[in-house]
Design a protein around this ligand. Structure first.
Ligand code: FAD
Length: 417
């Protein structure tokens, strides 16, 4: 069959790879000049490795993508970086049962209570009975209001903004169940990995077109018409639902409403290149648990991956999930840094003297909102248009979206076809 795939993120690439293995004729169309989608990266002068525009790592149980790396003979690094939380201007390492037991912000009874609740979530394999409750209801009842307010409420609010109280417990369960203290990372960066997969697809006679934006998907006499790119037997769309509903005018109104009812947030990230380390205690990931913080997380990438691959520069992401109408999306880099400056100075009074450069990246759709009973809202792969399939991160559930699930999604939709 002649199959068209829209998007060369990890869903599109892995679907294409699987379909080529089965002998189909595959063409992938990508709007960007490079593959990787949200995990795309870039390289500054002097860097040996590419860096993701948005911070990325894998958990060591991200089996779908780790198996893909193995199949491609691609080297993966595994490290044990430090994750901490900032609470009332103090940093606490909080990334294991032992560090939770030492967490002095809570009484011993509160720590044991929280530890037991998190252990229940981690070792309970059944998420379905949890999905009708919100994370907020469950946590404030089980771990207690004070502990919830100190640790989890600011994180949920920081990550989901006005949607924080709606987030399903199934999503939180997945975060706790899946997290590993060790993290993995593809040697050379995610862009290099995506390029390796793209090259493999090309050697299998698959076609990958860059700088091509598909503006129309039309059903036509049992085929799918992609305008000047021709007719296909089947087409896979890997874009968010609201974009699919715009480029496929034949979709029925009620289906479009279903797609646009699935909400999401964008991401805005400022990357600092520094001459010196930002967190001298080697923290890789800092969750900011202060309410009204201008930032959700500070991620010092080079506390996970050696700075030697980036010309000995130290790389720090300043990250937020926000609606794409938020002023941060429109602020020039320097102005955005000014907004974060008081917080950054508190953490490292000298950081400004170390700045080599900075870059800002934004994307309008980065994090799906997962309300209660989300399983009933997820659109299937098959769409109302014959031979057109939808496979995107809004179908990833109960797990939090990620490149691992993009690969899984691509493999599943390819199998279905
Ligand atoms: C801030 C942030 C942090 C993250 N952290 C992690 C992490 O640590 N680990 C992890 O595994 N994942 C992480 N993710 C999630 C991960 O990047 C995504 O889940 C995954 O990349 C989604 O892949 P996809 O192929 O489904 O979609 P996308 O990556 O969105 O791919 C869709 C592709 O379609 C292209 N496209 C759009 N419109 C058109 C058009 N009209 N025509 C042609 N092409 C088009 C886009 O350019 C894009 O390349 C993070 C994401 C963000 C934003």
């Amino acid at each position: 069959m002649k199959i068209g795939i829209i998007g060369a993120g990890f869903t599109g690439l892995s679907a294409g790879y699987e379909l080529l293995k089965k002998g189909h004729e595959v063409s992938i169309f990508e709007r960007d000049s490079h593959p990787g989608g949200l995990a795309i990266g870039y390289k500054e002068n002097g860097w040996d490795w590419t860096l993701e525009s948005f911070y990325h790592h894998w958990f060591t149980n991200d089996y779908a993508i780790l198996n893909l790396a193995k199949e491609l003979n691609y080297n993966v690094i595994t490290t044990r970086p430090k994750t901490s939380s900032l609470i009332k201007n103090k940093i606490y390492q909080l990334d294991s049962p032992i560090t939770l037991l030492k967490f002095s912000k809570l009484s011993l009874a509160e720590r044991i209570r929280m530890g037991s609740v998190l252990a229940f979530l981690r070792y309970n394999p059944f998420w379905k009975p949890l999905e009708s409750r919100t994370t907020m209801q469950f946590l404030s009842h089980t771990i207690g209001k004070r502990a919830y307010k100190i640790l989890w409420e600011p994180l949920l609010k920081g990550k989901f903004g006005n949607y924080a109280d709606e987030i399903s417990l199934a999503w939180f369960w997945a975060r706790i169940r899946k997290r590993t203290t060790q993290l993995s990372y593809p040697e050379g960066g995610f862009l290099k990995f995506a390029e390796t997969l793209t090259n493999k697809i090309k050697t299998m006679k698959g076609k990958v077109f860059f700088n091509v934006s598909i503006e129309r998907v039309m059903e036509e006499n049992n085929k799918v018409n992609l305008g000047k790119f021709g007719l296909f037997d089947k087409v896979i769309v890997t874009l968010p639902g609201f974009i699919f509903s715009k480029i496929a005018p034949q979709l029925p109104e009620n289906y479009k409403v279903k797609l646009t009812n699935l909400k999401g947030l964008g991401a805005c990230v400022l990357i600092l290149r520094l001459k010196k380390q930002f967190f001298s205690d080697n923290t890789y990931w800092l969750n900011i648990c202060n309410s009204n913080s201008p930032l959700l997380a500070i991620v010092e990438h080079t506390n996970m991956i050696s700075s030697k691959y980036y010309n000995n520069e130290h790389i720090v992401y300043l990250g937020n999930y926000l609606p794409p109408t938020h002023p941060y999306f429109y602020m020039p880099e320097k102005e955005l840094l000014k907004t974060f400056d008081p917080l950054l100075i508190e953490l490292n009074s000298n950081y400004k003297n170390n700045i080599i450069g900075m870059r800002k990246f934004t994307t309008p759709f980065a994090q799906p909102i997962i309300p209660v009973n989300y399983s009933k809202m997820i659109p299937p792969f098959e769409t109302p248009l014959k031979n057109v399939y939808l496979a995107n991160m809004q179908q990833v559930y109960p797990w939090d979206r990620g490149t691992n699930y993009a690969v899984e999604l691509g493999e599943k939709v390819a199998k279905l076809i």
